[in-house]
Design a protein around this ligand. Structure first.
Ligand code: ATP
Ligand code: MG
Length: 445
């Protein structure tokens, strides 16, 4: 090799090393999180409990798209809300948005499929990811998940009480303790009068309020009531309460909601400052609050939205009510309980093939047993028996089937019971193996 060749090679390899070193690791976006095995079992448990309870209350599942026209959210959630003003992920050129919540999409689907014709009252739930561009913190993500339930077509106050009771039952079943706070936001009849009174109360104290509240005082004065800034809270302590300004039908409705809650033994308290961040609410609003998650106190929230279906182009006089629970926050609370939610790793049988022939035979056998719904693990990397036994232990395998050249030749493998350490011969046929290993799922073995 001449000197120049050597120089070229050296520069080339230096270049490749440099290239390798400069490969930047790609990580998940800020506020977006993987749910990995070990944690995913908790999510599965949460969903299972929720689905069982939703079913008892006669709800049907609906699955909705993640992208919708931006206009859907602007019109339903409201232009002057935090979500629409600053939290939405929008493709500006396409005028489409990744859903920040589920109610608007669910109502869009309800109207699009004429579901009000099929049944006078629809009870629907949906589970999935939502997207909001917020400052990520514990219990606050940019992609987060909600379980959302909606009852469409009834304005009966019993439905309000029933929904809150269902939320309380679900949280109780999960062992999560919360307080339920309830308020009434009135309706388009009584709210405007109250709004005027509130604006004059706020105007007298405008200088003492934070910048956001100064701005909200004209765009969305009710939001000043639930500002978290301590000085604003202090200023608003003696603000007029909507509960005291309800028109007769709203006051009657609110009384009946509370009577329903009492009848079902649901513990609640009234919170005159709870206004919720979305414009579409009227009458009943509520939140499930925990004291175990610091600032992210709301694990679920909802309310009535009687005019919304019509606003979105649906039929007139279509009342509705719903709530959404934040799954990340529920998972954090479940994690605090330190219970065992089972591992997904335990397998019925580990097939240990020794050498290429053994592995070849085991490969087909694993497939045939899986077709019989056995949970089977095996190694495809030609590792030693010792190493495969280690893997079987890690996978919590109840049995190991050892197949080498001799076993293949005789048509019999060695079946090892990992609990008793006893070994026995077994014919390498699905029925013979199945007769000796119990299903892990159903087994008390
Ligand atoms: P918050 O006051 O915590 O911002 P919100 O009023 O914006 O909540 P809703 O729109 O009512 O929340 O959504 C219902 C539930 O979804 C909340 O009670 C919460 O548990 C959950 N949630 C809302 N935003 C987030 C988020 N960014 N990350 C995780 N969970 C969220
Ligand atoms: Mg929010």
């Amino acid at each position: 090799m001449c000197g120049l060749d050597f120089f070229c090679m050296a520069t080339k390899s230096a270049f490749f090393i440099l290239l390798l070193e400069t490969v930047v690791k790609i990580q998940a976006l800020k506020g977006f999180k993987d749910i990995v095995p070990g944690e995913v079992e908790l999510w599965q448990y949460l969903e299972k409990v929720a689905r069982e309870i939703f079913e008892c209350f006669n709800f049907s599942e609906i699955r909705l798209p993640i992208l919708e026209e931006t206009e859907l959210f602007a019109r339903s959630i409201g232009e002057a809300t935090d979500i629409v003003e600053k939290e939405m992920y929008t493709f500006v050129d396409k005028k489409i948005t990744m859903r920040p919540e589920a109610t608007a999409s669910l109502l869009r689907a309800y109207i699009e499929h004429g579901m009000y014709v099929q049944k006078p009252v629809q009870r629907l739930f949906t589970i999935g990811p939502m997207f909001r561009h917020e400052r990520p913190q514990k219990g606050r993500l940019r992609q987060f998940h909600q379980m959302d339930v909606e009852v469409l077509g009834s304005e009966n106050p019993r439905v309000d009480a029933e929904l809150m009771a269902m939320g309380a039952m679900l949280l109780g079943e999960l062992g999560i303790s919360v307080s339920l706070e309830v308020n009434s936001l009135g309706c388009p009849e009584c709210r405007p009068g109250y709004r005027t009174q509130l604006i004059s109360y706020i105007t007298e104290r405008l200088d003492a309020l934070c910048g956001d509240c100064k701005r909200r005082s004209s765009t969305n004065p009710l939001r000043v009531l639930d500002c978290k800034v301590p000085t604003c809270r202090e200023q608003m302590l003696s603000a007029p309460a909507l509960q005291d300004h309800l028109c007769a039908p709203c006051a009657d409705h609110f009384e009946k909601v509370q009577a329903g809650l009492k009848q079902l033994n649901v513990v609640y308290s009234l919170n005159k400052f709870m206004v919720r961040g979305l414009d579409y609410y009227c009458r009943t609003t509520f939140e499930f609050i925990t004291s175990d998650l610091g600032a992210q106190a709301a694990v679920g929230a909802g309310g009535r939205y009687d005019g919304l279906v019509e606003t979105l182009g649906g039929p007139k006089n279509s009342p509705g009510i719903g709530f959404a629970m934040g799954m990340e926050r529920l998972v954090l609370l479940l994690q605090q309980q330190e219970k065992d939610y089972g591992t997904a790793e335990a397998v019925d049988l580990f097939i240990a093939g020794i050498g290429e022939h053994g592995s070849h035979g085991g490969f087909a056998l694993a497939h045939a047993l899986r077709a019989e719904k056995y949970k089977i693990a095996m190694d495809h990397e030609g590792r030693s028996l010792k190493s495969q036994m280690k893997q079987a232990h890690k996978a919590c395998a109840r049995f190991v089937l050892i197949i080498g050249d001799a076993e293949l030749a005789s048509g019999k493998g060695v079946l090892r019971n990992m609990a008793t350490e006893q070994q026995q011969e077994v014919l390498l046929a699905v029925a013979d193996i199945a007769a000796l290993i119990p299903f892990l799922k159903n087994s008390t073995y």
